[in-house]
Design a protein around this ligand. Structure first.
Ligand SMILES: CC(C)=CCC/C(C)=C/CC/C(C)=C/COP(=O)(O)OP(=O)(O)O
Ligand SMILES: [Zn+2]
Length: 457
């Protein structure tokens, strides 16, 4: 208890300090003329690409150095470059594919470097990197049969997964295994078995999801747990109203998100928490059902001028009834009544694809413009992004600030084909990033290419 109070006191002091720094930035911003404000809100695209490319070149020169983080660095940098609508040259691309191939274990999975023990987190990072690079050489370098065997070896009696042989069982491990298996089209009933029970046991009294049963709800684990539950078709088992209640209060007066109650705002939660909000936006049927609005879709869009119904398949009167739109049929497989998925494994592998194709009826669950203010004014540096003012930039925060920026720019679009309206992109419209698939956090076009490749092969 004393330790808790001490932590509470220290957090409050830190919080005041961060808030005063952030408010000073917003105050200065407000005082400058509008045309200069616009310049400050500009995404420093060229500087970010320079910082990221330099980092990848450095990494490719030292691919031989011993550390366990290199597939992650590849993913953070390659994904950031893809979000910025750019790509790497052929040499760097080939160097990355060769390096990641050397990290692939002969018994399946990827380690942090050549010869290192395979690990679920680095496997997720390596596979997402290869999907982001795209193309036959990259995608065909993944040994899916061995990878499936690795996933099965990591499965624990509890239903969850272990991060590595002898390692910890947690929600991150569940997500990285399920997300990777889903995107590679190797998800089946055996892999899925009891995963939902494990994740469900991690939803806390606050409504968010913890890393393990009995721990504290946290944005990173909440994203992992929610995305995994969607991918295994069991999201209706979570208490979604409680989850919504938890996540909406994680956006603070600083305009960014915190990871957990009473902790500091941090740019990386723009994706972990913003991603949770983006996923829930596509779960309106299940949310309505859990809130006792069974069989009725309340289309807020039709009563909101930003959400005009002119080109939507919404029925008159501001309400939609199940079965009246093709979208409803597509989404139905996501809502089997509290039961584990019993559908054919091939359907399980299409959940990610159907999920993104659905129409979005719910408005954003967070202030998407405020979040963009935090990312562009408080996290952005001259090349790269940081956690908060006073911290240094790094590739992890660059990746998740850009991913969160993308999620917020697209959060008002009603379907995956529509571009955001200018009013939903803070600063010049040229700030617009690529759209991500929120279940896997890879750029959507790269996801489509991988989905086609792995459905065929
Ligand atoms: C795909 C994958 C591997 C996802 C990982 C998800 C993720 C970011 C989990 C967070 C882990 C955690 C408890 C951080 C708390 O750090 P802290 O105490 O320093 O931060 P805080 O004060 O903001 O809580
Ligand atoms: Zn962070």
């Amino acid at each position: 208890m004393a330790a808790e109070m001490e932590r509470g006191t220290k957090t409050q002091e830190d919080q005041w300090m961060v808030q005063s720094q952030v408010f000073q930035i917003y105050d200065l911003f407000r005082r400058i003329p509008p045309n200069s404000q616009f310049a400050l809100l500009e995404l420093q695209r060229d500087k970010h690409i320079e910082y990221l490319t330099k980092g990848l070149k450095q990494l490719s020169r030292s691919f031989t150095v011993l550390d366990a983080n290199r597939p992650w660095l590849c993913y953070w940098i390659l994904h950031s470059i893809a979000l910025l609508r750019d790509s790497v040259d052929d040499k760097l691309e080939n160097d990355c594919i060769d390096f990641l191939s050397r990290c692939q274990d002969s018994r399946g999975g990827y380690g942090g470097g050549p010869g290192q023990m395979p690990h679920l987190a680095t496997t997720y990072a390596a596979v997402n990197s290869l999907i982001t690079l795209g193309g036959h050489r990259s995608l065909s370098s993944i040994n899916r049969r061995k990878l499936y065997e690795f996933f099965m070896r990591m499965k624990d009696r509890s239903g969850g997964f272990r991060m590595h042989e002898g390692g910890e069982v947690d929600v991150r491990a569940c997500y990285t295994a399920i997300s990777t298996a889903s995107v590679l089209n190797i998800l089946d009933d055996e892999l899925i078995q009891n995963v939902g029970d494990y994740i469900l046991s991690c939803q806390t009294y606050e409504g968010g999801i913890a890393g393990e049963p009995g721990s504290e709800a946290h944005g990173g684990y909440t994203f992992c747990g929610l995305a995994a539950m969607i991918l295994i078709n069991e999201v209706n088992r979570l208490d979604l109203p409680a989850l919504i209640n938890w996540v909406v209060f994680r956006q603070g007066v600083e305009c960014g998100f915190q990871g957990r109650t009473n902790k500091l705002v941090d740019g990386c939660y723009s994706f972990w928490q913003g991603g949770v909000a983006a996923l829930i936006q596509r779960l309106h049927l299940i949310v309505n059902e859990q809130m006792g609005l069974s069989n009725i879709l309340e289309c807020e869009c039709s009563t909101d001028s930003d959400y005009d119904s002119t080109n939507s398949d919404i029925s008159e009167g501001g309400q939609c009834y199940e079965g009246t739109s093709s979208h409803v049929n597509e989404t139905c497989q996501l809502r089997e009544e509290g039961q584990p998925n019993t559908s054919h494994p091939a359907d399980g592998n299409n959940v990610g694809y159907n999920f993104i194709k659905g129409h979005v009826y719910m408005r954003p669950l967070f202030d998407n413009i405020a979040l963009q203010h935090y990312i562009l004014l408080c996290s952005q540096e001259e090349g790269g992004f940081r956690d908060k003012p006073g911290k240094n930039r790094d590739y992890y925060h660059t990746c998740y600030c850009l991913s969160g920026l993308s999620v917020s720019q697209y959060s008002c679009t009603k379907d995956v084909e529509s571009p955001p309206l200018p009013g939903d992109v803070l600063g010049p419209y040229s700030n617009l990033l690529e759209r991500v698939h929120p279940l896997y956090n890879v750029v959507l076009d790269r996801y489509y290419e991988a989905h086609e490749f792995f459905t065929r092969s």
